[in-house]
Ligand binder design. Structure first.
Ligand SMILES: *[C@@H]1O[C@H](CO)[C@@H](O)[C@H](O)[C@H]1NC(C)=O
Ligand SMILES: *[C@@H]1O[C@H](CO)[C@@H](O)[C@H](O)[C@H]1NC(C)=O
Length: 492
């Protein structure tokens, strides 16, 4: 018997014997671990040097949309405290750190004709210090802080944004690509467009659901593909990095095994993950047929002369297909979906009306500080398998996963969340999902968008009343650290 077989047999015996409490599961050596943040949520220094105004500066300063009337003017002050951030990353023992670039910090006017040397210097220092600490930088080019000047031109609803965005990405590749080998073009296109253009939850709060959200998605997809091809054609040959983006979704589980409910759940997956996933990851490309059919039919019933969902030409379909080197996923929670018993009689044009399903949660699922975030680890496993089955077994990188509480340093609920979700991750890998990296959101408490500082996702606590923004490890930081050290987790 070969040595490997003996080891396998011993492992098998060990797992069969120790199926009692305290059983330990090992992560394969092929998976790496990290933590994430985003520029507006942690940097602060909103008006230092020649930094320009972005849509989150404008939104927090001029509306009362933020629950605690707060803003990211100072946030975690990482602009001045990045050395402490790197100490924390070393304490945790992460393989990589995912952060984003503030567009107006390096391009104050939004356009690439004028660069901020101070802005470029800030990211150079951060990147160099990370590499010095043996931590790999993973860079998100766009994590929601659009230059206000470009918003004034329509933001993502303006088709020219594909060019402006690619100009910005080019500056990033030129300035940092000699050292940065892991790029994400966009964080969560669905949230950018559905919540920012369709609703009022995120800047620019356009509130034109069923119209602006689809326009946003359309030029965002083109922007992504253009930046991908630029990297692929011009920079990859010398810089040898990888580039993709990260999509978010709840898992939508059918409320019953009836054909109608299963159809409803699949439709919800295609509207949320598939809106941006299908054009890039499916073998046929383009928006999914169900998305095109639903919006087209609704638009025609509502008297529009054409579908509210724009169309791609066949050249564009081909140009978009395959424009990711991996499948990036942000995931937090799950809901049930059922087909409405009667046609929902709504005359209001909206994305949700186009989708036309009912979503609900099981009241028995544990909750969190966020209404929408229920703790459902098996949904994570099912979602990873849905991606494997729908998109031909791609390599998957989990770029966000985490749990919000009010403000707790002895954060047992967060530990339970991570224990459940990381076990579900291992289950999915045993099912055959090729997950190569996992990222906890977030390194530290930070500005949680419209929820301000009322919801905390950090492994480190941040004291926002302290001018030093003192960071303290929570119990979950110690828990994550021990998983990374041993590459094992206790079976839940
Ligand atoms: C920057 O913004 C702060 C408020 O966050 C303000 O107190 C300060 O005066 C501003 N600095 C400049 C140079 O505009
Ligand atoms: C998983 O993805 C990695 C990176 O693309 C690849 O090298 C590896 O062969 C894949 N593993 C499986 C089992 O497909």
């Amino acid at each position: 018997m070969a040595f490997a077989n003996v080891v396998a047999l011993l492992c098998f015996l060990a797992t069969s014997i120790f199926t009692v409490e305290g059983e330990v599961r090992r992560f394969p050596d092929t998976i790496s671990f990290g933590v994430a943040t985003a520029s507006y949520q942690v940097e602060g220094a909103w008006n230092v040097s020649d930094k320009g105004e972005n849509i989150w500066d404008r939104f927090t300063h001029t509306t009362d949309s933020i629950r605690d009337r707060s803003n990211g003017d100072v946030a975690c002050d990482s602009y001045n405290q990045h050395r402490r951030d790197i100490e924390m990353l070393k304490e945790l023992g992460v393989d990589y750190y995912r952060f984003s670039i503030s567009w107006t910090r390096i391009l104050p006017d939004g356009f690439s004709n004028r660069l901020s040397q101070d802005g470029i210097a800030y990211y150079n220092t951060l990147i160099n210090d990370l590499l010095e600490a043996n931590i790999t930088p993973y860079v998100t080019i766009y994590h929601w802080d659009l230059p206000q000047r470009l918003q004034d031109l329509g933001g993502w609803a303006n088709p020219m944004m594909a060019d402006y965005y690619t100009d910005f990405a080019k500056v990033a590749f030129e300035a940092f690509g000699d050292r940065v080998k892991h790029w994400l073009t966009f964080n969560e296109p669905w949230v950018i467009c559905y919540q920012g253009y369709g609703m009022i939850e995120k800047a620019p709060a356009l509130d034109m659901s069923g119209i602006a959200d689809y326009l946003c998605g359309h030029s965002l997809l083109k922007a992504h593909a253009k930046a991908y091809h630029l990297y692929d054609d011009v920079y990859r040959p010398t810089q040898n990095g990888r580039i993709g983006w990260t999509l978010n979704t709840n898992y939508h589980e059918a409320a019953s095994q009836s054909p109608a409910d299963r159809e409803a759940a699949e439709r919800a997956m295609q509207f949320e993950l598939g809106w941006f996933g299908h054009p890039v990851f499916s073998s046929e490309g383009d928006y999914s047929q169900i998305l095109k059919d639903r919006v087209n039919q609704k638009s025609s019933e509502q008297g529009y002369p054409r579908s509210r969902l724009p169309e791609f030409t066949s050249e564009e379909v081909a140009y978009l297909k395959g424009t990711c080197d991996f499948f990036g996923l942000n995931h937090y929670s799950t809901n049930f979906v059922r087909m409405p018993t009667m046609a929902l009689k709504s005359s209001k044009v909206s994305f949700d009306d186009d989708l036309g399903v009912e979503k609900f949660v099981d009241p028995a699922w544990p909750g969190s500080e966020a209404d929408w975030l229920k703790v459902v680890p098996w949904g994570f496993r099912n979602l990873l398998n849905w991606i494997r089955n729908s998109y031909n077994s791609p390599e998957i990188i989990v770029f966000e996963n985490g749990f919000p509480d009010r403000d707790d340093k002895d954060d047992v609920d967060r530990i339970n969340y991570y224990n459940g979700y990381m076990n579900a991750l291992l289950d999915a890998m045993e099912d055959g999902c090729n997950v190569t990296a996992y990222t906890a959101w977030s390194l530290m408490d930070n500005f949680e968008w419209s929820d301000g500082y009322t919801q905390r996702y950090g492994l480190y606590h941040v004291d926002f009343n302290d001018p030093m923004r003192t960071r303290t490890p929570k119990a979950s930081a110690m828990y994550y650290k021990s998983i990374l050290e041993t590459r094992t987790i206790e079976r839940d």
